[in-house]
Design a protein around this ligand. Sequence first.
Ligand SMILES: Nc1ncnc2c1ncn2[C@@H]1O[C@H](COP(=O)(O)OP(=O)(O)OP(=O)(O)O)[C@@H](O)[C@H]1O
Ligand SMILES: Nc1ccn([C@@H]2O[C@H](COP(=O)(O)O)[C@@H](O)[C@H]2O)c(=O)n1
Length: 218
Amino acid sequence: MKKINIAVDGPAAAGKSTIAKLVASELGMVYVDTGAMYRAITLAHLAQPEVDFETLVQNINLKIVNDNGQKIYLNGEDVSERIRENDVTLNVSHVASQKAVREKLVGIQQEMTAAKGVVMDGRDIGTHVIPDAELKVYMIASVTERAERRLIDNQQRGIEANFEDLVKDIERRDHLDMTREISPLVKANDAIEIDTTGMTIETVKDNIITLAREIIEN
Ligand SMILES: Nc1ncnc2c1ncn2[C@@H]1O[C@H](COP(=O)(O)OP(=O)(O)OP(=O)(O)O)[C@@H](O)[C@H]1O
Ligand SMILES: Nc1ccn([C@@H]2O[C@H](COP(=O)(O)O)[C@@H](O)[C@H]2O)c(=O)n1
């Protein structure tokens, strides 16, 4: 069977991680959530705001473990849940705009995808990390639907949230991610756009599996 990489990009809370995880599991591929990596560096920055980004990333120990999903360890500590909290979410787009941070993480991500067989989600996967990915998906949904989904998500994780603040955060983060100088969020020319507004998780997953199987089997 042909081994492929799948890039899933799109704005905040569009459903990228949920769908990427399910697709990877069904196709026996490895799932990688790159947003978690930027969040982990943000956590390290919040602990040492006086350290410049170049020094910070040189001295960081980031470990990604695929264990029915993804776990992320920062300097030996499992921070998979901690990185979802509001202080990290508020600061992550600023940290992700730094050249030293992007160079470090894109390098790690390209190593992870070199042997193929990866479903990777993020903002610059199809445009910069794996521009030769066999399948690229650009996933979008209306801001209100994304905020409603994230509200439920946060409530389930025990993170304080309200709908209006979530709309503002999603719009603010999308704006920063789409207008930054290095690798802004943009749809790759050869990506297939899927608007998941009003679609179930199952339907979105099945659509991508169909697209992937066509490539794998031909
Ligand atoms: N098609 C869908 N229908 C309904 N809910 C969905 C759908 N896709 C995802 N969700 C839910 O929306 C929430 C946000 O999804 P997810 O975390 O996968 O988005 P994301 O694009 O990876 O977000 P971020 O980039 O901010 O990490 C999750 O709780 C997920 O279960
Ligand atoms: N490839 C990526 C992935 C993420 N980012 C930045 O991280 C933030 C958090 O990502 P989530 O997917 O966990 O929401 C995101 O808002 C981006 O600022 C990135 O730059 N590139």
